[in-house]
Write a protein that binds this ligand. Sequence first.
Ligand SMILES: [Zn+2]
Length: 662
Amino acid sequence: MSRKFLNLILIIALSLTVALGQQPSSSTPSVDRIRQVITYLASDALEGRRTGTPGANDTAHYIAGEFNRVGLRPGMQVLRPARTRGENLSRYLQPFPYVAGVELGKNNLFFVNPGRADDMAQFMIGEDWMPLGFSTNSSIDGASAVFVGYGITDSTLKYDDYASEDAKGKVAVAFEGTPDGDSPHGQFARFEEVRFKAVAAREHGAKALLLIGREVNFKEDRLARLRYDNSGDAGLPVVVISRQAAVRLFGKHDLGELDNFQRTIGQMALAKVSPSASSSEIHLEFVAFTITVTLSVDVARRESPSFNVVGILPGSDPKLKEEAIVIGAHYDHLGRGGEGSLAPREGEIHHGADDNASGVAGLLELARMFSSQNPKPRRTIVFIAFSGEEEGLIGSNYYVNHPIVPLANTVAMINMDMIGRMKERNLIVGGVGTAQEWRSMIDADNSMQSMTVSLNTTRAEASASKTYPIVVGSNGQPVVTMDPRKPFALTLNEDGYGPSDHSSFYAKQVPVLFFWTGTHEDYHKPSDTADKINYEGEVRVVSFVANVIRDIDKSDKRPTYTVAKSESSGRTMGFRVYLGTIPNYADSNDGLKLDGVRDDSPASKAGLKAGDKIVKMAGREVKNVYDYTYALGEMKAGQEYEVEIVRGGERLTLKITPAARK
Ligand SMILES: [Zn+2]
């Protein structure tokens, strides 16, 4: 231990002795309570808390009850007093629109005229075909079909399944998956996402896209299960057909023949993109494909009540109470799997103990600690349990567009997501570049953790527990001891954007801090259970977060917002180009709204701004984030492209030059 460090600690310790000595016990987090909350939230009873499900809504009511119990005010203020407890609790709930499910409507029809005979074949829904949840509802009457291999278009690979056939006005037929056996590291990996195939089909003027399923048992095909990702409509009907139906469609004899056909198509595709191939020597020789398709798709998207839970602790300072600190944690998780799950199959409850029952337990502890603290925090504290996080930050996005305390008065947002799996002493703090004060505040609070103030420790106890006495009282007994094992091994990340709810706030120029204990092998799997939580570790995180919040509140001056250095997000899908846009992943159907634009990025140089809606980019229509990503994948660094936007009702065309991604 360096002498210099000890001196520094001594100074800090002396300045804090009094404050620490006065802390009442109710202002520290409790292992038992945290365990109780996580055990309940991660229990089978709440069925994995998927947004829009009864399990999630039961969780919301439970959190509302806890907010109420510790004396927080409901976030949704109305003039009339509540008449019942239920009515009172419902005022903690901030509803937001969310499509929880899709159902088949009444008008789903699929007829095929193979053209070989004059018999019209009907495909039965559920047996032979299914529409996809993001499919457009519409009807096609006797359009001819065109086979397009795997339905992939990728200009960087110089690969186009649509090259030899004109798909305009026709129904495109393609295999599900990718030619390289769906390897996540394969060249075609991004077309694993069926959304991109839909965009490619639409871009080529196809009237509909028919995908040939990959499972022999159609009901096991992932596309045959109707679901919706809350990312907008595809802009054309998209359906999956069974392999048996495909056999009939192509006039093959049996499944074996279809398998061989698919293998050949795949090999040709791979040969085309292999470095040794000269693209002219290989042509896809298509079977005569003379069928016509009559199709009607009818999918009903079912909106389901979904809620953020908001509780307010009014500030105690007559002036500073106008300012707010938001403390957040998302309570939704993945239900029984599906979208977002990393489990090999669907159906099991994803308990989400670390993700993010742990954060909610921290939130409830902080609510209890701060509301029982005397004096109360000077600034208003807004406690928010978000929903819709796993589906793309839908709840927090809704909140920042419908804030309860104006965002201009929101001085900081503190997010806890996955704080229950501390290993060693590792804690990751994101967003430290979003306010000038963050780094030094976090560092000072971390060093303070090594200190214990006690009037009763004996010198023998202090040395037995490997702590160092650093302040000794007049009786010769240690008053302040320091334990060098106690501070966290911090990993500080500058960026205010990241895969959780703080992103939504940073996009609105609110300084943010994001606490998490890192990922693990149970991440997004059913095995993320309550018994694996490091409860002592979590208590330490929550108490650290509490100290940081007290520090923010202690200063009369609000944290100074700064633009953080961006770090690669890990969600880049291997793109070679970079624009620096911050897309809004929620509610876009007629364009991609931008939440922000990174400073000094190609996007900011092009003149793009937060609030702009991109409707066309590099000659491609953009209706939602998938269209946007698709267009991005087609762009080259250093080349100038047009980007069409809608800003305040006006349509503008800007020029953008993507940079190479480092
Ligand atoms: Zn998650």
